[in-house]
Design a protein around this ligand. Structure first.
Ligand SMILES: Nc1ncnc2c1ncn2[C@@H]1O[C@H](COP(=O)(O)OP(=O)(O)O)[C@@H](O)[C@H]1O
Ligand SMILES: [Mg+2]
Length: 293
């Protein structure tokens, strides 16, 4: 069973005491890697023996991990972080029913879900740390630099928050990216899009039009929202059934006044143009001038 499906199941079954316990442990993760049982019992005002009973069950449900030395304590598993975030999204009437996987990326799991009223939405669970630490540090300026054991959950929350901001910056300018709906912790809910990543299309009939639309979207992001994707490739461009494109996966966006803005934009454009290379000749410099002016 995947981490997210353990969480989705837990959301339906847990008791209020369980949530009090999980939230208490979550609130103290900065201070304690494993939270002592006494503190859990005192903070939640749940009697020690009762707390112990709940903790054991939560551990059995794979929501907590346990240490016995140097003191008895518990910490949240990834499934528990998912559970807390999904629960908040359910309580706020953002989602009602969690669905099936839509895509497993390098740094996220994306699922579909039903919103109250029956609309389908996409739920992106950020999962940093799946690739190596060095890779993440190379790609993202905001990874903790001084810690040997980076807090991947915290980094995932930062990524989701950043992507949510990017989608909100882009939203007023038309259909460049999925529409932002809500976020809890490391989970971002956005509008559902149909179609498939550009790299899956070996032959595109209206190549010129598609390429032009991609450039126009990069330009719109640059000139109106004033941001650069900075991780653009045919993997993060979706060609929809209506033949229009959308750009996804924005947590690494930078503002256009970033010191490396031009070279990152150039890299984005190169990644896109390379895909069209054999069929369509357009110099990176020409594309760069088009986007920036
Ligand atoms: N809004 C969405 N609607 C439908 N599918 C999506 C949506 N966002 C992402 N996906 C699917 O999930 C995959 C991974 O998403 P992406 O944002 O690129 O994350 P990653 O950082 O893991 O690459 C995409 O390739 C796509 O198949
Ligand atoms: Mg991606």
């Amino acid at each position: 069973m995947s981490t997210a499906s353990i969480a989705a199941k837990a959301v339906l079954k847990l008791e209020p005491e369980d949530y009090r316990i999980l939230e208490t442990i979550e609130n103290q993760t900065q201070k304690y890697q494993y939270l002592p049982i006494e503190i859990i019992s005192n903070t939640t005002s749940i009697h020690f023996q009762t707390a112990k009973h709940h903790l054991k069950l939560l551990q059995k449900k794979k929501l907590l991990s346990y240490q016995s030395q140097p003191y008895e304590g518990y910490r949240l598993t990834t499934a528990a972080h998912d559970t807390l975030a999904l629960k908040e999204l359910v309580d706020k009437n953002i989602i009602e029913k969690f669905g099936k996987p839509l895509g497993v990326g390098k740094e996220s799991d994306v699922y579909d879900a039903l919103a109250p009223g029956g609309a389908q939405v996409a739920v992106k669970i950020h999962r940093l740390g799946r690739t190596s630490f060095r890779e993440v540090r190379r790609k993202r300026g905001y990874t903790a630099q001084h810690s040997d054991t980076p807090n991947w959950h915290k980094q995932s929350v930062v990524a989701a928050r950043k992507e949510h901001i990017a989608l909100k910056l882009l939203a007023p300018y038309g259909m460049v990216a999925p529409g932002p709906i809500a976020r809890s912790r490391h989970i971002l809910v956005m509008s559902m899009i149909e179609g498939a990543e550009l790299y899956r299309y070996p032959a595109i009939s209206n190549l010129k039009v598609v390429m032009r639309e991609i450039l126009d979207n990069i330009r719109l992001a640059y000139q109106r929202a004033k941001i650069i994707h900075a991780d653009l490739s045919p993997y993060n461009i979706i060609l929809q059934p209506n033949q229009h494109i959308l750009i996804i996966d924005w947590p690494q966006y930078i503002r256009i006044d970033h010191p490396n803005a031009k070279s990152l934009l150039e890299r984005d454009l190169k990644n896109v143009l390379d895909f069209f290379k054999r069929r369509q000749k357009l110099a990176v410099e020409k594309a760069l001038a088009y986007v920036m002016t």
